[in-house]
Design a protein around this ligand. Structure first.
Ligand SMILES: [Zn+2]
Length: 121
């Protein structure tokens, strides 16, 4: 049995890749792991206090949205800019103006999408 601590894991490479549904952030980590993050996923795991309160709630309903509501949902998963935070984290400015979340490397490594489903092997 292994327990994971990602406190000392840092990116050795970080690139944005063009995908049909928008750019995805691809990170190669110092522990040789590779992770890709969709903007919608990054927004979903936003670690700020305001968003954290909503993570455990029911997923946002996508049924019967007005065009404006649908556009708003689209804006909130558009990354307008990326800012480094010291040498330990990055922060995103989202299309809806939200920019409170600070994503530390250890948090991003911990939340690497494949780790949010049942671990294999
Ligand atoms: Zn947030």
């Amino acid at each position: 049995m292994r327990t994971h601590s990602f406190d000392s894991v840092v990116p050795v490479d970080l690139v944005w890749m063009d995908r049909p549904n928008g750019n995805v952030m691809a990170i190669t980590w110092s522990d040789d792991h590779s992770s890709t993050y969709e903007p919608s996923y990054l927004r979903k795991i936003c670690p700020c206090a305001e968003c954290k309160g909503t993570h455990t709630g029911a997923p946002k309903a996508f049924n019967i949205l007005t065009a404006a509501q649908a556009a708003g949902i689209h804006r909130e998963i558009v990354i307008e800019s990326v800012q480094p935070v010291g040498n330990y984290a990055i922060a995103f400015t989202w299309g809806d103006g939200h920019r409170e979340g600070i994503y530390s490397w250890s948090y991003l490594r911990l939340m690497s999408p494949e780790h949010t489903t049942a671990a294999k092997g």
